[in-house]
Write a protein that binds this ligand. Structure first.
Ligand code: PEP
Length: 257
């Protein structure tokens, strides 16, 4: 069976010292919760500047570290960008790609997300590719069409061979940072569709072993009803990942209580 994955997206929050303290607190909290880390994979996604500090604070603990983006290029004249080798050098294991805030605020399109996912995978990072529909799409009843389009253009277009490991995060845009959450039934419907499409593209066995995360105002109060859904394999968590106690509580819920 799939091991749940709980990933925190810290966005543009935390100084280096604050990031180190939060990561250290999470590591101590896990140590105080015997058995939990064996049942759940945990990833922390700090800003670039704090990656090394978080990697150091989590060294030896069963906790991965994610960049919040990467360049598709390995190096060169790309001012402001950070490459996959740089992320790895700083201690990253994963990279969050195509987050809706980047898609909306920085006009990041599917083709660029696909190029980054390919570069990350080739460079040894596990891509966490975010997809999700805006509220207008959900209200129009075309959510699955939109999700299918994003999968085709952000993922299937670049992986002609089955990727070693790839995580999809379904994040309805209208639920991110809004306090609104997809109902468990809404989220499950989309997750099942994503798994079906992954199975068609990469094989049913691969899809059956791959994690599909839900993101969008997940918190301790709603995590259980979401995580119990058969195709929801964890969470990509923004706001609640900044509060040590809330994040640890979601991890414990994912571990089964
Ligand atoms: C996110 O930004 O990936 C996210 C899910 O944010 P929040 O949990 O705050 O909605």
């Amino acid at each position: 069976m799939r091991k749940p994955l709980i990933a925190g997206n810290w966005k543009m929050n935390k100084t280096i010292a604050e990031a180190r303290a939060l990561a250290g607190g999470i590591v101590r909290g896990l140590a105080d919760s015997p058995g939990v880390a064996e049942k759940v994979d945990i990833v922390l996604g700090p800003p670039y500047l704090s990656l090394s500090a978080v990697a150091e604070a989590t060294a030896g603990a069963p906790v991965g570290v994610a960049g919040q983006d990467c360049s598709a290029e390995a190096g060169g004249p790309f001012t402001g960008e950070v490459s996959v080798p740089m992320l790895k050098d700083a201690g990253a294991t994963h990279v969050i790609l195509g987050h809706s805030e980047r898609r909306e605020l920085l006009s990041e399109g599917d083709a660029r997300v696909a190029a980054k996912a390919a570069a990350a995978s080739a460079g040894g990072l596990i891509p966490i590719v975010c997809i999700g529909e805006p509220i207008t799409t959900r209200e129009a009843g075309t959510t699955l069409d939109r999700i299918g389009f994003q999968l085709e253009h952000s993922v299937f277009s670049v992986f002609t061979n089955t990727p070693a490991e790839l995580v999809i995060a379904y994040e309805p845009v209208w639920a991110i940072g809004t306090g609104k959450t997809a109902t468990p039934a809404q989220a499950q419907e989309v997750h099942a569709y994503i798994r079906k499409r992954l199975g068609e593209a990469f094989g049913v066995d691969w899809a059956g072993n791959s994690r599909i995360l839900y993101g969008g105002s997940m918190k301790p109060g709603n995590a259980a009803e979401l995580l119990v859904q058969p195709d929801i394999d964890g969470g990509l968590i923004g706001g609640a990942s900044l509060a040590e106690a809330d994040f640890l509580e979601i991890i414990r819920i994912a571990a089964g209580g």
